[in-house]
Design a protein around this ligand. Structure first.
Ligand SMILES: [Zn+2]
Ligand SMILES: [Zn+2]
Length: 89
């Protein structure tokens, strides 16, 4: 199910599935639009951001620690890992 969503996001042809096919009318695309990642539940204001973000989930370990070579497939795990760096301070 999740994989289907990812494929949907990565496919540029399925971008307008939610809208009522009106690409010519650029009337400020709704202010309440927020696109949530189905994997880490992070919310992005633009679908292009979400699409680029979701792509990292297709990789093996998208979340990498800036302080050490630690990498994780889940944002939560990285957050837990980052706490260990804070403790050393
Ligand atoms: Zn995500
Ligand atoms: Zn680290």
């Amino acid at each position: 199910m999740v994989k289907y969503v990812i494929g949907d996001l990565l496919n540029p042809h399925t971008l307008h599935t939610s809208g009522q096919t009106s690409p010519t009318t650029t009337t400020t695309t709704t202010t309440t639009t927020h696109h949530q990642c189905p994997i880490c539940l992070e919310v992005f204001p633009w679908v292009s951001y979400l699409r680029r973000h979701v792509r990292i989930h297709t990789g093996e370990k998208p979340f990498s620690c800036p302080h050490c070579p630690f990498r994780s497939a889940r944002n939560y795990n990285l957050k837990i890992h980052l706490l260990t760096h804070k403790k050393q301070h």
